[in-house]
Design a protein around this ligand. Structure first.
Ligand SMILES: *[C@@H]1O[C@H](CO)[C@@H](O)[C@H](O)[C@H]1NC(C)=O
Length: 354
């Protein structure tokens, strides 16, 4: 009991601190620029031919206007909340969405694509935007921004913007452990992690050369605890797959080492590690503290297997209150969990950029 009230007080104090920090933020971070997978895709996949989509009910039911934007969530993503916390705007639009223009993208944009990975081969699995193409879009964006704002304002905007990379889970779950005769026959897990870290390193140098200076690399989450992985972990009575969580932790250790290295090598860069592994592990370990009642199944359908169209077909089995669930579908967080991830990231990571 004492322990519990101690934690509650801490949470309260942190929330008060967050409120105090918020007002002055807007000026320093003028834009949030996002790369990655479904954790941060706001609907780019709506505009490419792929099955990796979510622009239909019940996705977006708690989004503004109940709109299914293509976010793999009932509402907003963690990056939307982070952008809002910087005092910029409440949601980050998808680069390929024709409803938005460079005027909107100048304060925030996501190039992310659900189902993609660092490895080119991962994007091929369900035909989504490969990671290298996200960088090409960013180069195009830079040119548009220069045309829109002028060279000196645009380069200043790019220098002061915060860049977020959230990617990598699909390289393991959709690719390495799934495609027979693929990466797992070419690389050990350790080698594959190094391969992916090498791609991340090149990417950071690429955006750095294009003007980025405030960069956050997101950890892998505890992907052994995703409902889909638990559902298939029959041998261990649907517990989290510890072997997968270990893979995530090993990857994260390498990612932290890369961040330390780049922080020293890239002059004038502020590069930080955004730890989403711990926010998920903590929510699963102490759901009551966060007001969650369900930690091992998503809100849609049975919660164990459904995502994308299967959620749509199982709509009559939708849970009543997604806020009580860590997961929205069998892979993706609920909006409430995304908010917790964002609060945690603002508190421990993004405060460095203020
Ligand atoms: C991925 O594909 C792009 C485009 O073909 C290529 O330029 C890049 O070198 C590839 N990346 C890796 C790591 O093989």
């Amino acid at each position: 009991m004492i322990y519990h009230s101690f934690i509650s007080s801490c949470v309260l104090i942190l929330q008060l601190l967050a409120l105090m920090v918020q007002p002055g933020i807007g000026a320093k971070v003028p834009a949030v620029i996002v790369f990655g997978d479904s954790s941060v895709d706001a609907g780019n996949n709506d505009y490419i031919p792929t099955i990796g989509r979510s622009n239909f009910d019940p996705y977006g039911k708690d989004f503004e206007g109940g709109k299914a934007t293509g976010r793999f969530c009932n509402g907003r993503l963690s990056t939307d909340f982070i952008c809002e916390a910087f005092g910029i705007k409440s949601a980050i639009p998808a680069y390929l969405d024709p409803a938005y223009s460079i005027k909107d993208f100048a304060t925030g944009v996501t190039f992310a694509s659900a189902g993609t990975g660092l490895d080119n081969a991962t994007a091929d699995v369900i035909h989504v935007i490969p990671f290298w193409k996200e960088l090409e879009y960013f180069k195009e964006y830079k040119q548009k921004l220069i045309k829109y704002m002028g060279y000196s304002k645009a380069t200043r905007r790019l220098r002061e913007a915060v860049y977020i990379l959230s990617i990598g889970t699909n390289d393991f779950l959709e690719n390495y452990y799934t495609v027979p005769g693929g990466r797992s026959s070419q690389f050990t897990v350790d080698e594959y992690q190094k391969f992916l870290i090498g791609i991340t390193e090149n990417f950071v140098w690429d955006i750095y050369k294009l003007g980025a200076r405030k960069i956050a690399l997101t950890s892998l989450t505890a992907f052994g605890c995703l409902p889909l992985e638990r559902a298939t972990n029959i041998m261990q009575k649907h517990a989290c797959r510890e072997d997968y969580n270990q893979v995530a932790r090993d990857f994260n250790t390498k990612l932290i080492a890369l961040i330390d290295k780049l922080g020293k090598e890239a002059k004038g860069v502020q590069i930080v590690y955004s730890n989403v592994y711990d926010s998920l592990a903590d929510a699963i370990a102490k759901p009551n503290l966060y007001g969650f009642e369900n930690v091992d199944a998503g809100c849609c359908g049975s919660g164990k297997f459904e995502l994308g169209l299967l959620c749509h077909f199982a709509e009559i089995f939708l849970c009543k209150d997604a806020d009580k669930y860590i997961f929205w579908d069998s892979i993706h967080y609920s909006e409430r969990m995304n908010r917790i991830v964002a609060d945690y990231a603002m508190m421990y990571t993004f405060n460095r950029f203020l």
